[in-house]
Design a binder for this molecule. Structure first.
Ligand code: 5AD
Ligand code: SF4
Length: 458
């Protein structure tokens, strides 16, 4: 048996891709190792969403060069940077043996055979941009031990947001047929999974034979599934039907990640986001009418080219107004071949110190709001799906509320149990309490062994 170490950067799509890589490599008798120094094969599953992610990949590659020198390990680069920068990687990093894009995961055994047998450098970055693309199906046994799992429902993105590299790295949208999604969800329940998150770059423009709202409703009806989540959505196609699904089906968890990116219409136009702040708020109001307790989170970019102090103040005011449960905010970084990068000189770059100051100000506000919202939960008893032992204190349990808030609690329920937890304290990032009852037990009891991490995330 040979060993593979996969270093995963970036989003949930990449984490899923890493799992599929491990599965494809099992057919070549590679088993995962959490230690790069023991590996015969090292794969970097890269992200190019922001400059930092790319820099991190390059410095990691530098570290793995030693393993190549000492053990003769093969090194492959996959993911979004590989897709976009294949020539640059091969030129700049002579010790990389192969480069493959997100659509070439199933070809990994073939690629490796060529590298091993012919000692040639292989590049495989063709896109499969059509409905003939077959999504790799997850092997349910790799989800053993988990109460919650991610299921890919689509790939690519047809939007044209001017800051975003994803359309260049992941190609056009292709949806997975709904029957395949439901079959995968059902197979996951056989190993104990009770919550699934449907993932795609732009899930609510799903076109896999039924609408995305119907897909959520059908997923919720799969026997054994108690909770359904999804990510990520673009505000411009948050349909009334999707809002209605929240009214109809309580198994759809009360959390909606709805990236707004900016609170200024002027910036939104340059970002090519296709909605105004008023339209965004109207959709949010409908959502809150359907599910009044829903927790809304968002993504925000500060320092987009041409963003003035006044534009930023509008983003700040929007954060106050919506009272997001949480947000991921980023400083703008120009990405190759994107519309904003090409027009940055015309619109005007925001100085780095200004970007950082805006980010800090926004983060401080969000921290206050998240702390206040979490504090309001203290004293309540809420449902939690047990995911394992707490990361900070192994004697306690860990899970999430319907709002996707982390809860650490005293209790003894096994992984996969739905429990009622009485909340005693809170912080900006999590809640703490004690288990007061077990609502339902999982149909498959999951032994708690220390899991060997299959992926290494940074
Ligand atoms: N610069 C900064 N942040 C970006 N994002 C996407 N592209 C960029 C960029 N060029 C952010 C957006 C998106 C999240 C996944 O990453 O907020 O929603
Ligand atoms: Fe990063 Fe986007 Fe690629 Fe995910 S799809 S890895 S976020 S660039």
């Amino acid at each position: 048996m040979k060993r593979v170490f996969i270093h995963t950067f970036g989003c949930q799509m990449n984490v899923n891709d890493t799992m599929r890589m491990s599965e494809a490599l099992a057919s070549m008798k590679y088993s995962p190792t959490p230690v790069a120094e023991n590996a015969d094969l090292i794969i970097l599953n890269t992200c190019s969403i922001r400059e930092k992610a790319e820099d991190k990949m390059l410095s990691a590659l530098g570290r793995y060069r030693q393993v190549k020198l000492q053990r003769g390990a093969l090194i492959g680069v996959g993911g979004c940077v590989a897709q976009q920068e294949k020539n640059r990687i091969l030129e700049k990093v002579p010790y990389v043996d192969f480069v493959f894009g997100p659509d070439a995961i199933q070809k990994l055994p073939e690629i490796l055979q060529r590298v091993e047998a012919d000692r040639v450098r292989v590049v495989e970055t063709a896109w499969v941009d059509s409905e003939s693309y077959v999504f790799p199906r997850a092997d349910p046994s790799t989800s053993r031990g988990k109460a919650t799992e991610f299921v890919t429902v689509m790939k690519g993105c047809d939007n044209v947001c001017s800051f975003c590299v994803v359309p260049h790295t992941r190609g056009r949208e292709v949806s997975r047929p709904f029957t395949d999604v439901l079959t995968e969800v059902a197979s996951l329940t056989t190993v104990g999974v009770r919550e699934v998150t449907l993932v795609g770059q732009n899930v609510n423009s799903y076109l896999g034979g039924i609408s995305f709202a119907q897909l959520l409703l059908r997923t919720a009806e799969v026997p054994g599934i108690e909770r359904v989540r999804f990510t990520t959505s673009h505000p411009h196609d948050l349909s009334d039907e999707l809002v209605e699904a929240f009214r109809l089906q309580p198994k759809i968890m009360g959390h909606f990640h709805l990236p707004v990116q900016s609170g200024s219409d002027q910036v939104l136009v340059r970002m090519r986001r296709d909605y105004t702040v008023v339209e965004y708020l109207e959709r949010l109001a409908k959502l809150r009418a359907a599910r009044p307790t829903i927790a809304v989170t968002t993504d925000i970019i500060v320092g987009f080219p041409g963003e003035t102090d006044e534009d930023f103040e509008k983003t700040y005011a929007l954060t106050e107004q919506v009272r997001y449960a949480g947000q991921f905010s980023f400083v703008y970084s120009p990405r190759p071949k994107t519309g904003a990068a090409m027009r940055e000189a015309e619109w005007g770059s925001v100085p780095h110190e200004v970007k950082v100051a805006r980010l800090e100000k926004l983060n401080a506000l969000q921290k206050r709001i998240s702390s206040e919202l979490n504090a309001q939960q203290v004293g309540k008893t809420v449902q939690v799906l047990v995911e394992g032992s707490s990361r900070t204190d192994a004697t306690r349990r860990f899970g999430r509320t319907e709002h996707n808030t982390t809860v650490n609690f005293d209790g003894d329920a096994p992984i996969g149990a739905l429990v009622q937890v009485q909340l005693a304290s809170s912080s900006a990032a999590s809640l703490s309490g004690k288990q007061v009852s077990i609502e339902s037990m999982p149909s498959v009891l999951i032994p708690e062994v220390a899991a060997v991490p299959e992926v290494c995330l940074t």
